[in-house]
Design a protein around this ligand. Sequence first.
Ligand code: ZN
Length: 155
Amino acid sequence: MADREDGSRQLSYDPRADIARRHPDWIVGTGDLGGLIPEVLCPVRRVILLERSLSPVVRRCSLAHAIAHIDLDHTHPVTGHYENREEAAANVLAARRLIPLRDYAAALTWTREPAEVAAELVVDAATLRVRESGLTTADRRTIRGLLRRCVREPA
Ligand SMILES: [Zn+2]
């Protein structure tokens, strides 16, 4: 995440740009999915449909989640335990892409309130929880180092 000259933020990861660049054969659209599921992936037709009624922030996270499924080759239907494992793996990969450590540390220099951190990172609360729960000891060390640097080198 970087500040542009006009004051708006440049997000580190743009799922729409990512899928257009790396998976140009996939089509992304929005639709009325009944409000029950955030996205539907059809590997045969290479279509991702995002629930229209979701906020742009949640749709951003849902698209990142769908791209993670594609990258993890979750293209065959599975159920039960395997479905849960695939969902968890897609959530972790999407959260890592949406929340790079540098952006996370930058957000922490403003606030430690989870809702505010999520807003700062333009992610939903669930994505932030997944990212935070998956932080390794090395990640936490990196974040502490980034925070120390922020304190020493004010912009
Ligand atoms: Zn999923």
